[in-house]
Design a protein around this ligand. Structure first.
Ligand code: HEC
Length: 193
C-alpha cells in the first residue's frame, strides 16, 4: 500500500509541468498547421488533375517531381523544413522519418488503435538539438483515401502500368499494401525558434 503510494507520487512528480518542457506557442502551431494544409491541398489538387488528364501511371512521374517541389517552395517561403514522411517510405531519402517523426507516427498509430480518426491528429513539441538550437517540431497525420490506393494499395488495387512505373522509379518502394483509412504517414515541419 505504502509502496504504491510512493510510486504514484513519483509518477505524478515526473509529469509535473514546468520542468524542462517548453510549451509550443499556439499561434506558431496554427501557422504550421496552415502550411501543412497548403502542402496537402496543393499536392492533392495536382495529383487529381494529372490522374484525370493522363492516368495514374503518368501521375507517378508528376508526383516524383511535384511533391518535393511543393515541399521545397514552402520551406523557402517559411524558412522551415517542410516535408512528408511515410510509415513505410516510397522515397527512402525524403520519406524516411527521423527519430522525432517516427515517434509522432507511433503516437498517431496508438491513438488510432483507441478509435481516434487520423484526419485531425497532430503533434507539436519544442525540442532542443545537441547544438543548443531549439526547434518547434510539428507532425500532421496523413490517412489513406480511396484515390491513394491506386499507387499505395494492395496488389489488386494497383494497375499493372502503375506497378511497372513504380518499380522503375522507386526500386526501394515500401509504400504499398495500404487500405483506405490506414495511417500513411505525416506532413512534418521543423521550425527553428
Ligand atoms: C499517382 C500515384 C500516387 C497516388 C495516387 C498517390 N501517391 Fe503518394 N506517392 C507517390 C509517389 C511517386 C511518391 C514518392 C514521391 C517522392 O519521390 O517524393 C509518393 C509519396 C508519398 C508520401 C511521402 C512518403 C514516402 O513514402 O516517400 C506520402 C505521405 C504519400 N505519398 C501519401 C499519399 C496519399 C495520402 C495519397 C492519396 C491522397 C497518395 N499518396 C496518392 C505516388 C502516388
Amino acid at each position: 500500500m505504502k509502496k504504491s503510494l510512493i510510486l504514484a507520487l513519483l509518477l505524478t512528480g515526473c509529469a509535473t509541468p514546468g520542468s524542462e518542457a517548453v510549451k509550443p506557442d499556439p499561434k506558431q502551431v496554427d501557422e504550421m498547421r496552415a502550411t501543412a494544409k497548403t502542402l496537402a491541398t496543393q499536392l492533392g489538387g495536382k495529383l487529381k488533375q494529372e490522374i484525370e488528364a493522363n492516368g495514374p501511371a503518368s501521375a507517378v512521374g508528376v508526383c516524383k517531381k511535384i511533391a518535393p517541389q511543393i515541399a521545397a517552395d514552402l520551406s523557402k517561403q517559411t524558412g522551415w523544413k517542410v516535408g512528408r514522411v511515410g510509415t513505410r517510405a516510397r522515397n527512402p531519402e525524403s520519406g524516411t522519418p527521423d527519430e522525432w517523426n517516427a515517434r509522432a507516427l507511433a503516437v498517431f498509430a496508438e491513438r488510432m488503435k483507441k478509435g481516434e480518426k487520423p484526419d485531425a491528429m497532430e503533434l507539436a513539441e519544442v525540442v532542443t538539438a545537441p547544438s543548443g538550437q531549439s526547434y518547434l517540431r510539428y507532425a500532421k497525420a496523413i490517412a489513406i483515401q480511396p484515390m491513394c490506393v491506386t499507387c499505395h494499395g494492395l496488389p489488386k488495387d494497383i494497375p499493372e502500368d502503375v506497378k511497372a512505373r513504380l518499380q522503375a522509379e522507386y526500386p526501394m518502394d515500401k509504400a504499398t499494401g495500404y487500405r483506405v483509412g490506414d495511417l500513411r504517414g505525416a506532413v512534418v515541419i521543423m521550425r527553428p525558434l
